[in-house]
Ligand binder design. Structure first.
Ligand code: FES
Ligand SMILES: [Fe+2]
Length: 465
């Protein structure tokens, strides 16, 4: 598979950034490391260039809808959005629209959201609510929340319509981690098999079903859905794009893993300096920098005791801050899972962060017709206050293509600024996909392995007629 001349003796893909690796750093944390974070899974997957056409072509986008989105498990909503009988949520992907419903037997079901009379969409895109019937707004045909035909105005005119032939078509639905997943392929393998290591890694403190949606931002992005995702699949860009964080952020020494067909992961540190920073700071300097940057003035910055690191102290500090804000005890979280960026990707478009301080979930949805645009759902999942009722989930807040994330209520302003930096890159890259005289890109063998894996998985789906 290798096309480039290998300039070193090291097998392709085995070169790593000089200095301590992610694994070496977390192994020094006081209190240990969750065992799943010590797993490593990398292999070289080729170094051929990747063409820009796959991001810009409407034919490619159409083929993705036809062969990829029609066969993959994709998360449609959170279970907490439809807790009661009759609650529904509409999930659209491309031209398709799905009505996700809590049926009378409490089961979650997923129906085709189009009328079987003359095709009208039943519930509006992205809507949610509660109903005991789904009634078409055109002539009034109605279905029960179990998908059974409930009534037809002027029934006498339709002797040829048999109730049993006019139930709303249903697609596969299942849940994991508090998310409702759907799959149009009735023969697709079960969700839990598809999710691979997610089902064993996301247990205990990582169980996302125990959390609720504190913030939900829905942002239009100026990029193809795959390019937008790729901006979040590597930490290579931190050096240039988010350079203000390098004094206390690991980047070139991040760890990348690919687990089977559908899952990949990266992990990079908070509280240790980037390998790009030549001057070695003291642990106290790193801690001062981090707390000074992220927390309002007036906070007392603790001392780093002998034998401890900035990471150890920062982790306890963050746990205390989170406890004060959210009323939940985080002391059973290890240092790494408290403060680091731990990001799992589930093909085709879901990102899940189990960490306490960075508890994000991402979803990228392609635009139905424009390959240069997508929608990004950004959620923050939090634990409910100990011993108290779980707050209701946040409603999505829309942020338009040129608007800043910082306009979203409740979002951390520093983080909003970081996401804006990523958006600027996307717009410039989309421009390059169309105008560049060179029509393909090159990828790093290690740091960009997750993008290559993504593209190879896309190709595998598109290759199946
Ligand atoms: S199209 Fe729906 S009732 Fe006629
Ligand atoms: Fe970024």
């Amino acid at each position: 598979m290798a096309s480039a001349e290998n300039q070193s003796e090291t097998p392709l893909g085995q070169e790593r950034c000089p200095g301590p690796s992610y694994r070496e750093i977390v192994l020094k944390d006081i209190g240990g490391v969750p065992p799943q974070m010590l797993e490593t899974e990398y292999r070289f997957r080729g170094d051929e260039p990747i063409g820009f056409e796959r991001y810009t072509s409407t034919d490619f986008l159409r083929l993705e809808f036809e062969r990829l989105w029609s066969r993959t498990w994709q998360w449609a909503c959170r279970e907490e959005q439809i807790p009661n009988e009759g609650d529904f949520h509409v999930y659209d992907i491309g031209d398709r629209s799905i009505l996700i419903v809590r049926s009378p037997d409490k089961k979650i079901r997923a129906f085709n959201n189009f009328c079987l009379h003359r095709g009208t969409q039943l519930k509006p895109s992205n809507s949610s609510g509660n109903a005991n019937r789904f009634t078409c707004s055109f002539h009034g045909w109605a279905w029960s929340t179990s998908g059974k035909l409930a009534s037809i105005p002027c029934r006498w005119d339709f002797p040829h319509v048999k109730d049993e032939d006019f139930e709303l078509p249903e697609i596969q639905v299942d849940t994991w981690g508090g998310f409702v997943f759907v799959n149009f392929d009735l023969k697709a393998k079960p969700l839990h098999e598809y999710l691979g290591v997610m089902t064993t890694h996301f247990t205990g403190t990582w169980d996302l079903s125990q959390r609720y949606t504190e913030i939900h931002v829905r942002k239009r992005l100026p990029a193809n859905w795959k390019a937008a995702m790729e901006a979040f699949l590597e930490a290579y860009h931190v050096f240039k794009t988010h350079s203000e964080a390098l004094r206390a952020t690991g980047d070139a020494n991040a760890q990348y893993d690919v687990f089977g067909d559908h899952v990949s992961r990266f992990m990079h540190t908070s509280g240790s300096q980037s390998p790009h920073i030549a001057v070695q700071q003291t642990e106290q300097e790193i801690l001062n920098f981090m707390i000074g940057r992220k927390f309002s003035s007036g906070v007392d910055i603790p001392q780093v005791p002998d034998g401890q690191t900035a990471r150890d102290v920062y982790s306890r500090f963050v746990q205390q801050q989170l406890k004060e804000k959210y009323g939940h005890d985080f002391s059973d979280f290890k240092v790494s899972e408290t403060i680091d960026s731990i990001e799992y990707f589930v093909f085709p478009n879901g990102f899940f962060f189990p960490g306490a301080h960075k508890p994000m979930v991402y979803r990228f949805l392609p635009h139905p017709t424009n390959p240069d645009e997508c929608t990004f759902d950004l959620l923050f999942l939090r634990f409910a206050p100990d011993g108290q009722a779980t707050p209701p989930p946040a409603q999505p807040h829309d942020v338009d293509i040129h608007e800043s994330y910082m306009s979203a209520p409740g979002i951390d302003q520093g983080l909003g600024y970081v996401y804006d930096q990523d958006t600027d890159n996307m717009a410039a890259q989309t421009r390059g996909f169309k105008g560049s005289l060179r029509t393909e890109q090159v990828s790093g063998n290690y740091q960009e392995i997750r993008s290559r894996h993504l593209q190879q998985t896309v190709d595998a789906y598109l290759a199946k007629p």
